[in-house]
Design a protein around this ligand. Structure first.
Ligand code: BTN
Length: 268
């Protein structure tokens, strides 16, 4: 990964400075490193990128496959002055930004799955893990993003969910540096819109791109499983679901498309 190439493609007008781009050959997790840096007193906004991760973190404590050459492993650290609860829907904004960046780069037929997966024909192409760290002066969000670039056959066996990668989806020769820069441009400008207007400006776009709207879904959160028909998201980014007992707005958890898939468990 070449820092100058990333900087060359970065837009100068997305409102905040990316103070630094930190590149690692290998690290445990770009999110873990970002959190360590915040806790050790580093301030401002920055990006951590690694060629491989020895302990890549996925949602719900899962492992994220992070071998060298198989994907892009990135964390953006961004300071906020908003309250933590206003930030719930930021992970949906991140998925919309990633979707938009990949479409700009020529990848076609991508969809979203609540709260923050980017899919191609229901196969997972990218995942997002937002982590939060409070300091005495500000709130920091670590936007952790993993994009599958070229998954080896062995990885497809290891990951017990349907997955895909950019190599299978486009004939364009995409450079990781360009992907990173286009993604950061979209993400930073959408985050600025979110800061001033909230999630409501993204609601329609989410519902247009969400492949489960109108379909039967299962939502698993820490305490329960909710079954019903997806009605898309509301103005705050909550998943609306029509259940046998009525309509509910769910703010935590993730969609499992079917009970069968739910019972199979997952590795990424
Ligand atoms: C998911 O489970 O879908 C979220 C996966 C997030 C993976 C990325 S890779 C870069 C960053 N560092 C991590 O340890 N995880 C995130």
């Amino acid at each position: 990964m070449n820092r100058e190439l990333i900087e060359k493609h970065l837009s100068p007008d997305f409102g905040v400075d990316i103070g630094e781009i930190l590149l690692f050959e290998e690290i445990d997790s770009t999110n873990a490193e970002s959190l360590r840096l915040i806790r050790s007193g580093k301030r401002g906004n920055w990006v951590v990128l690694a060629q491989s991760q020895s302990a890549g973190r996925g949602r719900s404590g899962r492992h994220w496959y992070s071998h060298k050459g198989a994907g892009i492993y990135l964390s953006l650290v961004r300071q906020f002055t908003m309250k933590a609860n206003a930030l719930q829907s930021l992970s949906l904004v991140t998925a919309i930004s990633l979707h938009s960046a990949l479409i700009t780069l020529g990848v076609k037929n991508l969809q979203l799955k609540w709260p923050n997966d980017v899919l191609h024909e229901k196969r997972k192409l990218a995942g997002i893990l937002l982590e939060l760290q409070n300091t005495s002066s500000a709130l920091y969000i670590v936007f952790g993003i993993g994009i599958n670039l070229a998954l080896p056959a062995q990885a497809r066996h290891e990951i017990d969910r349907p997955v895909t990668d950019l190599n299978s989806l486009t004939e364009n020769q995409l450079h990781a540096e360009e992907i990173v820069a286009v993604l950061l441009n979209k993400l930073l400008s959408n985050v600025a819109v979110f800061e001033s207007r909230g999630f409501s400006s993204f609601q329609d776009e989410w519902n247009r791109l969400d492949c489960y709207v109108g379909h039967d879904i299962v939502i698993q959160n820490s305490s329960e499983r909710i079954i019903g028909k997806s009605l898309g998201v509301d103005q705050s980014g909550a998943q609306l679901i029509q259940t046998a007992g009525g309509r509910q707005a769910v703010i935590g958890g993730e969609i499992i498309p079917s009970l069968r898939e739910y019972s199979e468990g997952s590795a990424t």
